[in-house]
Design a protein around this ligand. Structure first.
Ligand SMILES: Cc1cc2nc3c(=O)[nH]c(=O)nc-3n(C[C@H](O)[C@H](O)[C@H](O)COP(=O)(O)OP(=O)(O)OC[C@H]3O[C@@H](n4cnc5c(N)ncnc54)[C@H](O)[C@@H]3O)c2cc1C
Length: 516
């Protein structure tokens, strides 16, 4: 059973005793975890609208459905749910089974002035699935549209419905010996449509990073009609319709289907970790590896704090986790070349082992367990959240130092304690890295969200000042809209507003997202 307030499934959530144990590492927190409320006890405001009888069977206004669709899964969402702070849940949650039913729901909403918020897996961390305006609103849950509809094994492409979650997608590809290999950390509980609408980043460090790279064609249901692009391997015919809808976060319509490029399943894998005396040395080694034209599937640099937290190293070293894979050719030689580059920049490789080396293994299990741990320490009123960015190599070291200084000062000011500000580089390009920061600090019960918002403001200002993107893969949503407006070119913003008006004349599609 899915958790209505936190990450994943109820049976995987950490126990009260484990919450208390975790909190022991941060002084000054309460002794007991916040209790998890039952949706029936939330006293939600009454629904302000209801769908016509013809759509009623697709819709729910139960407390459980409305509460679980009120927010995404950011720290501030978890904290608000735990504090029973749900003043504006959706009035209706709808579960269409196909495009025809989706269209009928959007038509009704446009006529009735009801805002429509598409909901894939609901794992947004930027306020993407939460409406903050005055209108009644409909959460359009696409989870019943979860099928792979076509497999073109010759061209290695699939046609898939938008509501398909990561594991269901891979399950349907396995009999064909195919795989997408798009693995965001939220893979288990995020959908194809959500990935496309937010331009998600998988855990591949190079080459296949963003979902954009997998897209062959999109089918989008806008309030003004269906847009379907021609499926071709490449095209130079004008601006790309796919690029236009990728990252549109539901403001232009609902992505209902996509043709996506898939891959043969990998048969060859090799991985190893390398320790560096400093984060800067690790960055230089990463740059050398990627600029030499090597494309590791995994190339993550953990700073000393992150390495200690994930169990990859306890001696103050930074750790580079390297992994290569291929369906067709052995990759051990590529790993050896990458390790040579790392050695030239002061790296010390771990001893090779028959399996994954232990640092790689412990990092991977910590990665998947992390969201459950986050929820556990959030229940103890700690502040625990992440933010991510990308910049060019010439600014990377300065960005790292500057963000840690700025956010460190904000954490000290807001919480009275230094807290932890850790960083890992999750993706790497020939012209720059994508650093990902984690902040952990003691919060005050009842003020956690306000405290985080102030720290986040400092983080965003630091990114803007350092000319780094406000988001590399977490999307814009409502939370990043103001910073996004400061980074996007004005003529582009004008064009986007006009496009929105043309495709969604009633202005019902996810109002407020992307600052539109
Ligand atoms: C623990 C955790 C780990 C995460 N790790 C990653 C990561 O590694 N990489 C990454 O990129 N992100 C990550 N995220 C963020 C999130 O998972 C991504 O943004 C993901 O792509 C959202 O997919 P979803 O199906 O959950 O979309 P939702 O959260 O349901 O929706 C996200 C946005 O897209 C819109 N939308 C959803 N479906 C459609 C559709 N079919 N048509 C039009 N609009 C639509 C929604 O209205 C909303 O604005 C993480 C989040 C959490 C909580």
């Amino acid at each position: 059973m899915r958790s209505w307030w936190g990450w994943g499934t109820v049976d995987q959530a950490i126990s009260d005793a484990e919450c208390v144990q975790l909190a022991g590492q941060l002084p000054g927190l309460p002794d007991t975890p916040l209790p998890v409320p039952d949706p029936a006890d939330l006293d939600l405001p009454r629904p302000r609208t209801q769908p016509p009888a013809s759509l009623a069977s697709l819709c729910s206004a139960s407390d459980a459905d409305r509460a679980s669709h009120a927010y995404g899964k950011a720290y501030r969402d978890v904290v608000r749910a735990l504090h029973r702070n749900l003043p504006n849940p959706p009035d209706v949650v709808a579960y269409p089974r196909n495009e025809r039913e989706t269209e009928a729901l959007i038509d009704w909403a446009a006529d009735a002035g009801v805002a429509v918020v598409p909901y894939g897996g609901g794992s947004s961390v930027v306020g993407g699935v939460e409406y903050r305006g005055e209108r009644p609103w409909l959460s359009l849950d696409l989870s019943r549209m979860d099928q792979v509809l076509d497999v073109d094994a010759t061209s290695r492409a699939i046609r898939v419905q938008a509501g398909t979650l990561g594991p269901a997608l891979e399950d349907q590809l396995r009999p064909h010996r195919l795989t997408m290999r798009h693995f965001p950390q939220s893979f288990e509980f995020s959908s194809v449509g959500g990935w496309l609408a937010t331009r998600a980043g998988g855990h591949y460090a190079t080459l296949h990073t963003h979902i954009d790279d997998f897209v062959a064609s999109l089918r989008v249901l806008t309030p003004s009609g269906v847009s379907e692009s021609l499926r071709v391997p490449a095209s130079g015919a004008g601006p790309s319709p796919d690029r236009f809808f990728l990252g549109s976060e539901g403001i232009l319509g609902v992505i209902t289907e996509a043709w996506l490029r898939v891959q043969d399943r990998p048969a060859h894998k090799a991985s190893r970790s390398v320790s560096f005396p400093s984060f800067a040395d690790g960055l230089t080694a990463m740059r050398a590896i990627v600029q030499a034209g090597l494309y590791p599937a995994n190339c993550r640099l953990l700073d000393a704090g992150e390495a200690a937290l994930s169990g990859a190293s306890a001696d103050g070293a930074s750790v580079l986790v390297l992994g290569f894979e291929s369906a067709h050719v052995p990759v051990a030689a590529q790993l050896d070349v990458a390790i040579d580059f790392a050695r030239q920049h002061g790296g010390t490789p771990a001893e090779p082992s028959a399996n994954d080396d232990s640092a790689v293994g412990s990092w991977r299990s910590a990665f998947l367990r992390m969201p459950y741990l986050r929820d556990g320490i959030a229940r103890m009123s700690a502040i625990v959240e992440t933010f991510e960015t990308a910049c060019t190599w010439d600014r990377a070291e300065e960005l790292y130092a500057s963000v840690r200084d700025d956010v460190g000062a904000a954490v000290q000011r807001v919480t009275g304690a230094p807290g932890m500000i850790n960083c890992r580089v999750t993706h790497v390009y020939s012209d720059g890295p994508a650093p990902y920061f984690t902040v952990i600090a003691p919060g005050r019960r009842g003020s956690e969200m306000a405290m985080w918002d102030e720290i986040k403001q400092a983080a965003s200002e630091s990114l803007l000042r350092n000319r780094a993107t406000i988001t590399h893969h977490h999307a814009v949503g409502r939370d990043h809209a103001a910073a996004y407006e400061r980074q996007r070119p004005d003529p582009f913003a004008t064009a986007l507003r006009h496009a929105k008006t043309a495709l969604d004349p009633a202005g019902v599609m996810n109002p407020g997202v992307l600052g539109i």
